[in-house]
Design a protein around this ligand. Structure first.
Ligand SMILES: Cc1cc2nc3c(=O)[nH]c(=O)nc-3n(C[C@H](O)[C@H](O)[C@H](O)COP(=O)(O)O)c2cc1C
Length: 239
C-alpha cells in the first residue's frame, strides 16, 4: 500500500496475534520514526521498549486494565526527552537554558511527530497500532518504574503487532471544521450540530457527546488525571 492509502485506512487495533515482531522490523520502524522533522535538530524524544512481562502487566494495570497493552507483541512508551540534550550540552561545557515550558512543548511535538512516523511505518509494514494515553493515570509511577531521569516525561504508550481483528474505520469531523483560513472561524450552532452528526457513528448509540462527556466533562476521566500529571511534570522539570 502506498502512504496515502495507509493513512486513509488507519484504524486503532486493540486485538493482536501473538506473533512476535521481528527485531529488524522494529528497528526499521524506529529508524523511520527518527526521520521525522525535529525542531532545531534536537530530537527531543525517547522510546522505552517494554519487554519485561511483569513491567508490562503493571503498565496495563496503570492504564486501566487495557488488555491490548499486555497482549500486543510490542509496547513502547513514547517520552518527551530533554535529558539527553542537557547531557550533550554539558558534555561540551554548555549550560542548558532555563526553558521548562518550551522544553515540554518542543519535546512533546518532536515525540508526537516521531511516534506518528513510527505508527505509519508500522501500518505500512502490515502491523496494527494503538496509542495508549491511559498511562497518564499514573505517570509518577511510570517515571519510577522506567527510571526516567529529570527532563524525561512519559507521554503515551504505543502497542504494535499483527492485527487479529481490524475494527471499523472511525469517522472524523468534516474537513471544514478543522481547516481555517487566515483567521480562526468560530462555531455557530448549526455547525456544532453537523459535527455531532458526523461523529455519531463513533458510538454504538450514535452519541458522541457521551464519549466527550465521559473523558472531558467536569468530573470526567481527564480531570482525575490533572493533579498527578501536573505534579509529575513539575517533578521532571517541565513547567
Ligand atoms: C494520545 C492518544 C491516546 C490514546 N489512548 C488510548 C488508550 O488509552 N486506549 C485505547 O484503546 N486507545 C487509545 N487511543 C486511540 C483512540 O481511541 C483512537 O485513535 C480514536 O478513537 C480514533 O479511532 P481510530 O484511531 O481507530 O481512527 C489513543 C489515541 C491517542 C492519539
Amino acid at each position: 500500500m502506498n502512504c496515502l492509502s495507509v493513512l486513509e485506512d488507519h484504524r486503532t487495533v486493540r486485538e493482536f496475534l501473538p506473533d512476535p515482531v521481528p527485531e529488524e522490523d522494529l528497528r526499521r520502524m524506529v529508524h523511520l520514526a527518527q526521520r521525522a522533522s525535529t525542531d532545531a535538530t534536537a530530537q527531543l524524544y525517547s522510546f522505552v521498549r517494554i519487554t519485561d512481562r511483569r513491567l508490562r502487566q503493571r503498565i496495563a494495570d496503570l492504564a486501566g486494565g487495557q488488555r491490548h497493552v499486555l497482549e500486543a507483541p510490542e509496547f513502547l512508551v513514547v517520552c518527551a526527552d530533554v535529558h539527553r540534550l542537557e547531557r550533550l550540552l554539558a558534555f561540551r561545557g554548555v549550560e542548558i537554558a532555563t526553558i521548562p515550558h518550551l522544553a515540554f512543548l518542543f519535546g512533546t511535538v518532536d515525540a508526537a511527530l516521531a511516534a506518528q512516523n513510527l505508527a505509519v511505518a508500522a501500518e505500512t509494514m502490515g502491523y496494527g497500532i494503538a496509542f495508549i494515553g491511559g498511562i497518564q493515570n499514573g505517570p509518577d509511577e511510570l517515571v519510577d518504574l522506567l527510571r526516567l531521569p529529570r527532563g524525561v516525561y512519559p507521554l503515551v504508550g504505543l502497542c504494535i503487532g499483527k492485527p487479529a481483528r481490524r475494527p471499523e474505520r472511525r469517522p472524523r469531523l468534516p474537513l471544514e471544521a478543522v481547516l481555517h483560513e487566515n483567521v480562526y472561524r468560530g462555531y455557530v450552532e448549526e455547525t456544532l450540530e453537523i459535527m455531532y452528526n458526523a461523529m455519531a457513528p463513533v458510538s454504538p448509540t450514535g452519541d458522541w457527546l457521551s464519549i466527550l462527556r465521559r473523558y472531558f466533562g467536569r468530573g470526567g476521566r481527564m480531570a482525575s488525571r490533572e493533579d498527578v500529571v501536573a505534579r509529575t511534570l513539575a517533578r521532571q522539570g517541565f513547567g
